[in-house]
Design a protein around this ligand. Sequence first.
Ligand SMILES: Cc1ncc(COP(=O)(O)O)c(C=O)c1O
Ligand SMILES: [Zn+2]
Length: 374
Amino acid sequence: MSHISLQCVNCRASFPANMSRLLCDKCQAPLDVFYESPGGKSDAGGESAPRMPKPTHEGSVMVTLGEGDTPVVELTKVGKLLGSERLYGKLEFLNPTGSFKDRGSATLISVALELGVAEIVEDSSGNAGASIAAYTARAGIKAHIFAPAGAPSNKIRQIRVYGAEAHLVEGLREAATQAAVEFYRKNDLLYASHNLSPYFVEGTKTFAYEVFEQFADGLPAHIVMPVGNGSLFIGAWKGFQELKAGGHIGGIPTLHCIQAQAVRPIVDAFQGRQWSAEDAQPTVAGGISVANPPRLSQVVAIVRASGGQALAVSESEILRWHGLLSAQEGIYAEPTSAAAFAGVDALIRQGHIGSGDLTLVPITGFGLKDTTEY
Ligand SMILES: Cc1ncc(COP(=O)(O)O)c(C=O)c1O
Ligand SMILES: [Zn+2]
């Protein structure tokens, strides 16, 4: 018997663990991994190092490219401009394919390898596709990646160079999802959607475990993230929850969710406003341009539970902080990642973050991936 099952994030219905089940039979909500036997004795007390529960089985081969363990640096100059005396960035763009997605891909593709999967279908705005392409290359699994035809050409090139088949789809991000779904059904393949798969989110939990180690003298009071589907957001929350349940931390940082004004379904849901996918506008923050995120309710619940905010930032603010991050700190991030700094600005102005509060921003993607002139 497996040490995990899959549990509906909405109605808590339980299903045996496999890779083809992505939604609950009863209410069509996404699923999370549920650990029947969490992680051994070391999680029981606060004394020893925490051991992160994983969906793979003991002794199985892990598909890894050395993801994670990204550095944390202080951002004194950008901090000063923002009015924060204690601002830090966690350099997630130093992951093997240039974005935090490698945390999720490593786990998702390790589970696929363990189960003997030979071919998968995935859809992505670019970064998750490039990441899945790298990890499937390493695992010897064939990958079909569906991406918007308008995705940055460097990301598409990256998908192809790893040997994955890139299927470019005209239209918005959602059109790529639709095409991927049609393709996997028609060809009877496994749909390894990083947005739906419970295993991807299990991989991003490592972010929280690293923050726990890197801030041994005291966790950040606030973590501010750019959010599209919420894979890092949800994974970080799950990781902190596990650390708390294991007695390793007393409290969890306040998690804030930042979206672009152009595409803000989570922000509107949080703020009680009506949002329709047809309202989506083009944005420089392509990584968070997700008009209809399947895990929306889960993200909103986490924002509320952690006492955070969900707010939207303008295109000009995203580009302004993108420029400042490079010119002031030497950090060349994707515009998507810079949205979080525009978010910190708004959170400080609105009084949600104090100038002395320890604040951490994951800098999620590398600048050279998206060199579009805006
Ligand atoms: C650079 C970057 N940052 C943030 C995100 C948002 O991640 P998620 O959709 O899991 O919330 C993405 C997603 O593509 C991304 O590429
Ligand atoms: Zn359900």
